[in-house]
Design a protein around this ligand. Sequence first.
Ligand SMILES: CC(C)(COP(=O)(O)OP(=O)(O)OC[C@H]1O[C@@H](n2cnc3c(N)ncnc32)[C@H](O)[C@@H]1OP(=O)(O)O)[C@@H](O)C(=O)NCCC(=O)NCCS
Length: 186
Amino acid sequence: MIRIRRATRSDATAIGRVHVETWQSAYAGLLPDAMLAHMSDVRHSAMWARALEDPGEARGIFVADDEAMGVVGFGSCGPVRDPPEGLDDKARRVGEVYLLYVEPDFQNQGLGRRLLDAMFRQLRSDGFDTAVLWMLAENPTRFFYEGLGGALVGQRTDTFAGVDVDEVAYAWRDLAAPLVRRRLAP
Ligand SMILES: CC(C)(COP(=O)(O)OP(=O)(O)OC[C@H]1O[C@@H](n2cnc3c(N)ncnc32)[C@H](O)[C@@H]1OP(=O)(O)O)[C@@H](O)C(=O)NCCC(=O)NCCS
């Protein structure tokens, strides 16, 4: 059985490991090789340990916890850091899903959707009515977010290890709506 739950301090090492593993597998060819090769379980675990020490940040960090394997996915959310230009209503309270990753062996089993659902609930209970998520424009999992109702609302260029990379933003304007898969236009 795999449970979605809020992360605790003792999850830092496991989240760091999954973070490095999922980036190295998902972003090969999309982000600079040298940067991916330089990622380290130790440094990322330390970064997550610091985040989990801070109650304000920790409330937005969730894990998918498998009975046998431990943490196999994670996500984090909180107030928006970079509001996309295409959000029409400036009066909205905007939250952001910062990260969402599921280990390759555990993908396509509904964990991404369940983690996203847990983060939307958290954002709602923290008073946000809209969620945005930035991702690499070339990431094939864009279709995962489009299928779950995300609307394209922005683009920007970010720099990773000195290389400019295009990113796009998706938004959900009704965090109470169930995350059911919609049929995409062919
Ligand atoms: C994107 C990711 C988080 C999705 O999580 P997941 O657990 O694999 O997805 P789920 O099983 O919850 O899928 C939910 C729905 O989206 C669909 N879906 C999943 N990945 C998809 C993709 N790449 N393209 C289109 N649809 C996709 C599933 O078929 C499912 O629909 P269904 O319920 O009708 O079968 C996960 O695959 C992942 O971590 N990928 C690599 C890292 C990455 O790119 N993360 C996103 C960074 S912003």
